[in-house]
Every structure is written in structure tokens, then in C-alpha cells.
Ligand binder design. Structure first.
Ligand code: P6P
Length: 336
């Protein structure tokens, strides 16, 4: 069976949609090429001397894995010279990275979590790269890009996606015209479309949450999970299954593939007041994908994509996935 390549898909989208400019097409192809390099590096594991920690901390105060820094470098180097970007931002960098003056600049901003779930890399569990594309705001014309220029709500994304490094290496992408899945053909080095117009099933019987945090949850989350655990004898009248991979890319990929509800809610811990996951380069790109696939994404108060960011590395509660389940939990928050 002949599969459409990523390049062919992007060229077709460029013809049909304004949002996929030649710049955005080049940017996505460059990011996808960098993800191939990351896949190769990650798969070497212990053989590549890339496992383990550096003993340094990132801006989040988290111990940096060797691969966190290495994958960040791969994305910076791949995207500096192309001329489609004005600046980049990353989970692994305190502030933005402007394109150096010896390269041409473009009208796009790239944000990424170079290796999400990297605590799993030493135990060989699927991890991934998450990316989000915004445009340089009009008011920035003619001046240097600032961090504030990145602080745009998720509705302003022109593209978003992730690469997942698992049994298959896949790229899942939206340019605002649905969600497409591409599988890496390692022999050809090509991203081949294997999942066209991915849709999240509106109903599910599978929830994803870190249960060890239960004592910290807000009442609506505790109510919902307790109802799930009551099974068909309870108010939800069905038996639920649970999955928690502790790698957002892997959990979201499962939900895009077979449905489910993913929750990393705000909680009562000092570190959990705003949630654990980062808005700009985790929650927003994943929410864009989930909504483009017919799902819902809320922080408990409102739609994640509507949040006006106040800081580059700000965190948010995340409840996303199958429409009916997310709407239910959202309504419990409204009741409270
Ligand atoms: P916990 C990985 O560190 C991550 O940022 C997400 O990929 C994942 O969903 C979450 O944190 C896991 O957090 O507290 O369960 O280890």
C-alpha cells in the first residue's frame, strides 16, 4: 500500500490553507527531521552513553537528564538556520532563544518540550517531543522579539504536534485541518501517513491519572474518580479501566488512538496549586491536537486554549480527552 509522505501532505495543505505558509511547511519538516535524529539518539540508550542525569537543574528545578540537554541542542541547531523562525522557547531553557543575527529570521515562533517524560528514558518506556508553532505578533514588527511575544493563548497556534519514541516512532500533527499520524520508515527515513483524520471517541471507559496524589485532589476530581471506581453499580453505570504511563505523550497518544480521559489536575500541594504540566509547550499543543480530533481540553475552570499566558513556563491543570467524560468532570467543577 502506498502511503502519503509528510512532505506531500504539507504541500497539499499549503495549497488549501492559508495557515500553512511555505515558512510553516519548512518549519514542520525541519522539526520532523530533528525528531528523526532524536529517535536515533534515544534508541541507542545505554550503548550511546546518553542515559542518566547531568546533576544540573533546569528552570523547572528538575534534575536534567543528559538526553534533555542533548535533544534540546538537536532542536536548536536544526531550527536556527532555516529562516522561518524569529525565536524559540523550550522547557529546558530559562528564557527565549532568538535566532542569531547571522541567520535570516521568519515570522514564526517555535516552542517545545524536547523530551517529555524523560524520567522514563532510563527505564525504556515511551517518551516524546512536543512542539507548538505561533506567529510573531504584529506589534513585534521591526523590533527584537521578547518573551512577552510568546505569551499568546493556545487558540493562536498555527500548528502543533508530537513525536513519540515507542515501539514505532510516530509523528502526530495538526495544522488546523484535523489530526494526522505519520510512522517513521527507518529504512527510507521517511514519515509515512498511517493514520488519517484521527478522531477521539466521544465516550470512554478508561481514565488516566496518578492515583498516588488522591489525597491532594480537589473535590470534583475525587468525586469523578470515586464514581469511576464504583463501576457499573455506581452512577456512571460502567466499569472503568485505568492507565498511567507518566509520559504525557504516550498517555495522550493512547487517548487519540482509542479514547480516554487524561487528568493532571491542580491539587492542594504547594507545587500543585497551578498543576504540574506546562501550558505553553505541553498543555496547549496537546489541547490543540485533542480538539482538532473532536475531544475536549479544560483546566477545570475553562478551555485550556483560551488561557491567556502570564509567564513562559507557567503550569496549568489538564483534563483532556473523550468529550463526554471531560464535559462531565468539567460540570462537576462548575457544580463546586
Ligand atoms: P508524575 C513527565 O515528567 C510529565 O511532565 C508528563 O509527561 C507526565 O504526564 C507527568 O509529568 C507525570 O507526572 O507526577 O505522575 O510523575
Amino acid at each position: 500500500m502506498k502511503h502519503k509522505t509528510l512532505t506531500q501532505y504539507l504541500v497539499e495543505q499549503q495549497r488549501q490553507h492559508q495557515s500553512v505558509s511555505a515558512d510553516v511547511r519548512l518549519l514542520i519538516e525541519t522539526v520532523s527531521r530533528a525528531c528523526k535524529a532524536i529517535s536515533t539518539t534515544v534508541s541507542k540508550g545505554a550503548l550511546g552513553g546518553v542515559l542518566g542525569s547531568l546533576g544540573t537543574e533546569n528552570v523547572q528545578g528538575e534534575i536534567q537528564k543528559k538526553l534533555d540537554v542533548l535533544t534540546n541542542e538537536i532542536l536548536l541547531e536544526a531550527n536556527e538556520w532555516g529562516g522561518s523562525l524569529a525565536a524559540m522557547a523550550s522547557e529546558e531553557m530559562e528564557t527565549i532563544h532568538r535566532i542569531p543575527n547571522d541567520y535570516p529570521k521568519g515570522q514564526n515562533l517555535l516552542l517545545f518540550d524536547p523530551l517529555d517524560g524523560s524520567s522514563n528514558v532510563d527505564v525504556n518506556v515511551s517518551i516524546g517531543t512536543i512542539f507548538s508553532v505561533l506567529q510573531v505578533p504584529a506589534e513585534a514588527a521591526g523590533r527584537e522579539i521578547t518573551e512577552a511575544d510568546f505569551l499568546q493563548p493556545g487558540t493562536r497556534q498555527v500548528a502543533a504536534g508530537y513525536a513519540i519514541y515507542g515501539p514505532q516512532t510516530m509523528l502526530v500533527l495538526t495544522v488546523g485541518a484535523g489530526v494526522m499520524g505519520f510512522t517513521l520508515d527507518h529504512e527510507m527515513g521517511s514519515w509515512l501517513m498511517t493514520h488519517e483524520n484521527i478522531r477521539v471517541p466521544e465516550q470512554t471507559a478508561e481514565f488516566a491519572i496518578n492515583m498516588s496524589n488522591m489525597r491532594h485532589w480537589e473535590a470534583p476530581v475525587r468525586r469523578y474518580i470515586e464514581e469511576c471506581l464504583q463501576g457499573e453499580a455506581g452512577p456512571l453505570e460502567k466499569n472503568y479501566n485505568m492507565r498511567w504511563i507518566a509520559s504525557m505523550v504516550a498517555d495522550v497518544h493512547r487517548i487519540l488512538t482509542r479514547g480516554g480521559i487524561f487528568m493532571y489536575p491542580r491539587d492542594a500541594r504547594p507545587t500543585g496549586q497551578k498543576g504540574k504540566l506546562r501550558l505553553m509547550y505541553e498543555a496547549n499543543p496537546m489541547s490543540f491536537l485533542i480538539e482538532q480530533a473532536g475531544g475536549r481540553a479544560t483546566d477545570g475552570h475553562g478551555r485550556i486554549l483560551d488561557i491567556q499566558p502570564q509567564a513562559l513556563h507557567e503550569r496549568t491543570g489538564v483534563i483532556l480527552g473523550s468529550k463526554e467524560e471531560v464535559d462531565r468532570l468539567h460540570s462537576y467543577h462548575q457544580d463546586a
